[in-house]
Ligand binder design. Structure first.
Ligand SMILES: Cc1cc2nc3c(=O)[nH]c(=O)nc-3n(C[C@H](O)[C@H](O)[C@H](O)COP(=O)(O)OP(=O)(O)OC[C@H]3O[C@@H](n4cnc5c(N)ncnc54)[C@H](O)[C@@H]3O)c2cc1C
Length: 493
């Protein structure tokens, strides 16, 4: 092909792209009370996320000042002749560009212009919050009343809309369910620009669609979240296991206690695998303090691996006298390595905000804003041929590989190496027929999404056609092709 022809084709492509692109004056004519930003640094922020693996530039960023602003922008996208994508962005803590909108509009839900909506009902034990509220701010508002949400994520600098679009899982989930099981009511702006209130009783199909709906059915502007009386303090304990089977046996015993009276169970159950003590891939929280001088390395590990069960018991100061005995009684039933107990006692708020400490430490070392090729998978109990009997419920684990990549690290710290390991893990599960499901899923083809959703795909796509028929919303998830621009996908970094 001659150079001239190539040039002509290149120019033609540019014209075609511009022809499909949103005109900024179209946005400004909407006369919203919030602010449209075309500022390169705002656009740059909205093009990236915590994962640092992908980039997709929006044309503009909207800092909304009300739900009405969002109604108008989504309606404009729905009615526009050429169409454009609109993605809500909470705190941008996705891994694979899920909150981006190529050439469209990103709505910055956590913006400083966000409406002040928080209302606590002491009588009915709920809080109403703006969809872009960070969980840490929800906690600050409710704790003033001695109340707090029941179910959390490990890290609180995530938005309510962002976690509700996934599930919101932490060590309380065995007891209270994930965060999506603790939402009474939502205000949602659908892909047609309609603002609807939904709950179990009202517009229930939309309500169920939006919970864990990956942002596909509407933008959450208000959530009504269940509260409980907040504990004042927490006994936070870590114990070690030499092998996987004793570790999981105790974990499964502890979660089987859900539904028992509070004094008979822990309030939080998680665990992790200790393969090394390096800070970069062990960012969740620090293990040692002056009150915990034990060294993990002093315990024998099979093959250099130890398993750490992390448990916590909440209590009120008025019950401080009995907490030692309660914890001792509960620990007696577990089979950890004798003497491997690490205990901390701290205010409830500090326990919930524990990961922030690790964030500050990593930030100070320049290790926070690095690529994060994370992989989160739900693993079913694969050993169902054994004679072991389990409770009637389905037992499954959320297994998270939360790694950080370093450009100048050793070979095993590079993005390529860690990404390849993620692929190997997924291939292994496939080969061994371990029917895992990804949490915070990322796929690029329709076939993979259909496989991911399994029996739920027909309902998921039917609901999409009902609530966002032009596939305008959350295009960064790459589940549905927008009707207006088939190549609208995030690109690799
Ligand atoms: C350090 C860290 C710790 C984490 N810990 C946990 C954990 O313990 N448990 C857990 O379950 N998850 C955890 N996550 C994952 C986290 O819950 C998800 O990535 C979540 O989506 C991040 O929230 P966000 O506000 O940053 O969402 P974003 O990344 O901004 O958005 C995620 C998706 O939700 C959509 N969305 C955002 N806001 C709205 C809205 N108001 N209405 C509709 N759709 C919306 C976006 O369009 C996008 O598709 C963690 C992530 C990080 C980075």
């Amino acid at each position: 092909m001659s150079t001239k022809l190539l040039l002509t084709l290149a120019i033609y492509r540019i014209i075609l792209t511009v022809g499909l692109t949103l005109d900024p004056t179209e946005l400004l004519r909407l006369g919203l009370h919030g602010q449209f930003s075309f500022d390169p640094s705002d656009v740059e922020t909205a093009s990236k996320d915590f994962g640092g693996l992908r980039r997709a530039n929006p044309l503009a960023v909207l800092h909304p000042s009300s739900a009405e602003d969002i109604v108008r922008i989504v309606k404009a996208a729905f009615e526009s002749a050429h169409g454009f994508s609109v993605s809500a962005r909470g705190h941008g803590h996705s891994i694979n560009g899920q909150a981006t909108a190529t050439n469209g509009v990103v709505i910055q839900m956590c913006s400083s212009r966000k409406p002040a909506l928080t209302i606590v009902s002491e009588k009915f034990l709920y809080v109403d919050v703006w969809g872009g509220e960070l969980w840490v701010d929800v906690l600050r508002s409710t704790i003033e009343y001695g109340l707090a949400p029941k179910s959390w994520t490990d890290y609180l600098y995530l938005s309510v809309g962002g976690t509700i679009s996934n599930a919101g899982i932490s060590g309380q989930a065995f007891n209270h369910g994930p965060q999506i099981s603790n939402v009474y009511e939502l205000d949602v702006i659908t892909g047609k620009g309609e603002l609807l209130t939904c709950s179990e009783e009202e517009n229930s199909d939309l309500y169920h669609a939006v919970l864990g709906g990956l942002g596909q059915f509407g933008i959450i502007t208000r959530a009504r979240i269940a509260l409980e009386r907040a504990p004042q303090r927490v006994r936070w304990i870590r114990v070690l296991y030499p092998n996987f089977s004793s570790f999981t046996q105790d974990q499964e015993y502890l979660i089987s206690l859900h539904g028992q009276p509070d004094t008979h169970k822990f309030d939080y159950v998680e665990g992790f695998v200790i393969v090394d003590e390096g800070i970069i891939n062990n960012w969740r929280s620090s293990f040692f303090s002056s009150s915990n001088p034990l060294k993990v390395s002093s315990f024998n590990a099979e093959g250099g691996v130890l398993y750490c069960l992390e448990i916590a018991k909440n209590y009120q100061e008025s019950n401080a006298d009995s907490i030692d005995q309660e914890v001792e009684d509960l620990l007696k039933k577990l089979n950890f390595i004798p003497g491997s107990i690490f205990t901390t006692d701290l205010p409830y708020v500090d326990f919930l905000d524990r990961v922030h400490k690790a964030e500050l430490k990593l930030r100070s070392k320049g290790l926070w804003d690095v690529p994060h090729p994370w992989l989160n998978i739900f693993v079913p109990k694969w050993d169902n041929k054994s004679s072991m009997v389990t409770p009637d419920e389905d037992v499954f684990y959320l297994v998270a590989f939360l790694r950080s990549a370093l450009d100048k690290g050793t070979e095993t710290q590079t993005l390529e190496y860690l990404t390849d390991q993620n692929h190997q893990i997924l291939r292994f599960c496939d080969k061994e027929k371990i029917n895992i499901k990804q949490y915070l899923p990322h796929y690029t083809s329709e076939q993979e999404w259909i496989r991911h959703f399994g029996d739920k795909w027909a309902q998921f796509s039917k609901r999409k056609m009902e609530f966002d028929p032009k596939c305008i919303l959350a295009t960064g998830q790459s589940i549905f092709e927008p009707s207006f621009n088939p190549n609208n996908k995030a690109s690799r970094r």
